[in-house]
Design a binder for this molecule. Structure first.
Ligand SMILES: Cc1cc2nc3c(=O)[nH]c(=O)nc-3n(C[C@H](O)[C@H](O)[C@H](O)COP(=O)(O)O)c2cc1C
Length: 153
């Protein structure tokens, strides 16, 4: 039986802009056959372990990453959970500086040794159709990468 491939889209959004991006990432990813796509607001470390790829969506507030995401990543690190080799990407809405998706991608790459796909996808405030199309493309690219990685393994 073929392995069930999993893509987890985990995001936070206070006023809905990053949520719109998350839905578009999901739309793109679900175009790829054989990949189970899950979109969540909160996740436990084990859910990251079970995923073949993780896409994190985070708006920038106060030049920082949201507290729930920080806690999750710190728990993963403290427990020594291995995410090495998993595919990772990030996106998020911002107003003027947009650090959060960049910081998350750095953590995925440097701390967890994930195979990251950059650069982070950013949309200024409310994502427009061009931004949403980029999000669909990102979802599709990541899902296709999982399928390809699985074929080669
Ligand atoms: C209190 C507050 C602080 C913010 N801080 C930043 C910031 O440091 N850098 C930035 O680029 N945008 C900042 N923003 C703008 C948000 O990132 C922007 O409104 C974004 O669209 C919110 O995304 P969301 O709808 O997914 O929550 C801030 C917004 C608020 C209300």
């Amino acid at each position: 039986m073929p392995k069930l491939l999993k893509l987890l889209i985990l995001y936070y959004s206070q006023t809905g802009n990053t949520q719109k991006m998350a839905r578009a990432v999901e739309e793109g990813a679900t175009l790829v056959a054989g990949v189970n796509v899950e979109v969540k607001y909160f996740a436990r470390p084990q859910e990251l372990v079970e995923a073949d790829a993780v896409i994190l969506g985070m708006p920038t507030y106060h030049h920082d990453i949201g507290i729930d995401m920080k806690r999750l990543l710190e728990e993963v690190a403290v427990k020594g959970i291995n995410l090495k080799g998993k595919i990772g990407a990030t996106f998020g809405s911002y107003g003027w500086s947009g650090e959060a998706p960049r910081m998350l991608l750095e953590i995925m790459e440097n701390k967890f040794e994930m195979e990251t796909i950059g650069p982070p996808l950013l949309a200024k405030y409310n994502p427009d159709e061009k931004n949403l199309e980029e999000c669909r493309k990102l979802g599709k690219t990541v899902a296709e990468r999982i399928v390809r990685a699985n074929l080669n393994s």
